[in-house]
Design a protein around this ligand. Sequence first.
Ligand SMILES: O=C(O)CCC(=O)C(=O)O
Ligand SMILES: [Fe+2]
Length: 202
Amino acid sequence: MNLFEEISDFPINILPGDGIVNYYGAIFSQKESDFYYDYLFNQIPWENDEAIIYGKLIVTKRKVAWFGEKAFEYTYSNRTKYAKLWTPELLELKQKCEEVSGETYNSCLLNLYHDGSEGMAYHSDSEKDLKKHGAIASVTFGAERKFLFKHKVTKEKVEIFLEKGSLLVMKGTTQDNWLHRLPPTTKVKTPRVNLTFRTIEE
Ligand SMILES: O=C(O)CCC(=O)C(=O)O
Ligand SMILES: [Fe+2]
């Protein structure tokens, strides 16, 4: 926690309890956001995400990439992957998130949604490779989309609009008690890039 957070009410916890989700709004300027969006969209080696669901191989339209400080082995939807090593730009983004959130990260999952028809179903980020109760920093570039949390027991929902260049941090017991989702929408016609910085337990 930095000094500013200790002496102010910013950033507020958008959850009513059972976890902490801090929304910082845009932490990158318009110019920085445009630069990183172009870089990420064009330079990241995007791959289709694959999952085995009920024994069938499902290939998503959404694209993914996985980076880290080491070639971490990471199991996700029954598939084992290896992280690529940080690029200078991803390292800059990671450092900015660390500075603002007062947390550290050693890896990043990147998602590319081509338009509003692509989203992500309710899930929590609690894979066994991730540090238990570790913070997850989510950065958005490109199209702005709605993001939803749903409590696993009470089914209470919390909605937030993720602006371009914004940072959202999920921490504490959030993943134990809440699911999150990026709902599809017909309103969005342009791509969105999302980065979630995480800590893989070694
Ligand atoms: O695209 C987003 O905003 C969230 C992505 C997400 O939840 C994830 O990668 O686990
Ligand atoms: Fe997630």
